[in-house]
Design a protein around this ligand. Structure first.
Ligand code: TEU
Ligand code: CA
Length: 556
């Protein structure tokens, strides 16, 4: 693996709508982010990804873009964006935007023109099918439920494809003219000084063509959109072209949101001349998911979590630098997902932070994770904003799940969990806004908020700072960034342990992933304890005694 400027960095995801509101309209905005740059600096963050802030009807919270060249007025102005870039760069922070190019909004000019003239230039920017009989269309199910086909507005005999929401028509990447327009737009942003992109849902830009039916996987007669992806060959031509035309000439940093990749393609994706700088590991994220719907999902245990993480580490080895997360804006809070119910405490949260953060790869923190924000309780479906949760709720009810159980299911898997406003302090609405927040604040903010944690040297926030400092330290940085990862005691129930090692240095991260204390063997003499989530680590020549959810990072 060739060394890159970003390997030793720490990355952070901002969901702008819920981060900080500067003008009291209840919606987070760019000026809010500018006001928190010193906060990010204090935490130790170097790279920031902003979820979409482009002009958008916000049908899918900005993942439906109406104009790639404009900032949505709810988030601010282009001047604010320029100022954000300038102020971030002053502090040594790189800014990434979300590149959402599998689809745009049905309110984008291209789509409007396609509606006016389906056989004209812009009709070819989309996947349109000319038929008055919808039963001839293929049976793919969109990610947000229902058929991927929708009648083209103003026409009785045209349908357009949308693998996500019907307000997100898919762009036709097979069309070179569309690709040119996309590259022009990407280069426009990079020329402006943007440092790179996170590539949204990028695996979907290649479809299995010609369209055909797949065996139905639910009684709606449809087949999940992911099924056809197995037959979609040749995405590399698009991704390689985009790299060569846009990212490479600008030396831009890119991270792919890649699900369903084919294992043999990994070197093409994130190898030395990969399409992207990095991509996320989602093996543990998708663990337990069922084609049938959320009601049929299986919980993830500590052993499952460890096994997923180690499987990815083994698969990636030295091919490139994977990106490690425990949560993002599409997922429940990591502490609520990966720590067994009833055991979620500051100690276990720090344990989880340690075991994922010190893996080989680029560590990412999702806003609020650094103060241990948790999932949200809901009492009625009316409180839910997320379109994916609302669809999953309907699917569950149809499958015979009770309303109560369906709500519990959304509490577990819903995207709102991660989208509640950042909990800055104990004042009204957790200090996120002086107005009415667009999505309600998690009522636990009097207990979980940044202001309190800033005062408390033992807080989760300060623990994240320690992790960041350790990964960036002169003495251990090279090992933590480039050292091999070798699993340890991987067959032991509720243990997550691994070595990070280079020639001449051997570190051990060892966690007791359960509430009962236990004694575990040590493979060598401890030279130094580098970090733990409890005051002291008890060990002797041959073993270490760990309290419930205790983790220790030691040099051997
Ligand atoms: O998500 C892509 C994705 O693959 C989805 O399956 C996602 O996991 C699902 O929505 C969870 O319920 C990206 C964005 O991260 C997401 O916020 C967008 O809704 C989606 O693309 C469409 O742009
Ligand atoms: Ca605002």
């Amino acid at each position: 693996m060739k060394k890159q400027w970003w390997h030793k960095k720490v990355a952070y995801q901002i969901y702008p709508k819920s981060f900080a509101d500067s003008n009291g309209d209840g919606i987070g905005d760019l000026r809010g982010i500018i006001g928190k740059l010193d906060y990010l600096k204090e935490l130790g963050v170097d790279i920031v990804w902003l979820s979409p802030i482009y002009a958008s009807p916000l049908a899918d919270q900005g993942y439906d873009i109406a104009d790639y060249y404009r900032i949505d007025p709810r988030f601010g102005t282009m001047d604010d964006m320029d100022e954000l870039l300038k102020e971030a760069h002053k502090r040594g922070i790189s800014i990434l935007m979300d590149l959402v190019v599998n689809h745009c909004s049905d309110e984008h000019e291209w789509f409007r023109k396609a509606c006016q003239d389906p056989e004209g230039k812009y009709g070819k920017y989309f996947y349109l099918e000319h038929t008055s009989d919808p039963t001839t269309l293929c049976n793919w199910r969109s990610y947000f439920g229902g058929s991927v086909w929708e009648k083209l507005p103003g026409h009785e005999d045209y349908y357009y494809l949308h693998v996500f929401h019907r307000k997100q028509p898919d762009l036709n990447w097979e069309n070179p003219e569309l690709r040119e327009d996309i590259y022009k737009m990407i280069n426009w942003w990079l020329d402006k000084g943007l440092d790179g992109f996170r590539l949204d849902a990028i695996i979907n830009i290649k479809k299995a063509l010609p369209f055909k039916n797949y065996p139905a996987d639910r009684d709606d007669g449809l087949a999940a959109c992911t099924t056809q992806l197995h037959d979609a060959e040749g995405i590399g031509a698009f991704l390689g072209e985009m790299r060569d035309r846009c990212f490479k000439p600008h030396n831009a940093f890119t991270v792919g949101e890649v699900f369903n990749e084919k294992e043999e393609e990994l070197p093409d994706f994130i190898g030395d001349n990969g399409y992207f700088s990095s991509m996320y590991d989602f093996l543990e994220t998708v663990f337990g998911q069922s084609q049938k719907g959320w009601q049929d999902n299986r919980d993830i245990t500590p052993d499952d979590y460890r096994n997923c993480v180690f499987a990815t580490q083994k698969k990636i080895a030295d091919i490139g630098m994977i990106s490690n997360i425990i949560e993002n804006h599409d997922e429940p809070r990591g502490v609520s997902r990966y720590i067994p119910e009833g055991d979620i405490t500051p100690v276990s949260k720090k344990m989880l932070a340690t075991v994922y953060f010190l893996l080989k790869g680029l560590p990412w923190i999702y806003q609020g994770q650094e103060i241990g924000m948790e999932n949200l309780k809901i009492s009625s479906i009316d409180e839910v904003d997320d379109i994916s949760s609302i669809d999953s709720y309907q699917v569950a009810l149809k499958a015979g799940v009770s309303e109560q159980d369906a709500l519990r299911m959304i509490e577990k898997y819903g995207r709102d969990n991660a989208r509640t406003p950042f909990q800055w302090n104990t004042s009204d609405h957790a200090g996120f806004t002086t107005g009415q927040p667009w999505l309600r604040v998690n009522p636990n903010y009097p207990e979980i908020n940044f202001a309190d944690q800033e005062q408390d040297p033992e807080s989760i926030f300060h623990y994240y700072q320690k992790l960041i400092r350790l990964r960036k330290s002169e003495k251990y940085g090279d090992t933590l960034v480039y050292g091999d990862l070798v699993p340890y005691l991987a067959d032991q129930h509720n243990v997550m342990a691994y070595f990070r090692q280079t020639e001449g240095q051997k570190l051990l991260v060892i966690a007791n992933y359960q509430s009962e204390p236990r004694k575990l063997p040590l493979p060598g003499t401890v030279k130094k304890v580098l970090l733990s989530n409890l005051d002291s680590v008890k060990y002797d020549e041959t073993s270490v005694s760990l309290e419930g959810y205790q983790v220790a990072v030691v040099e051997l």
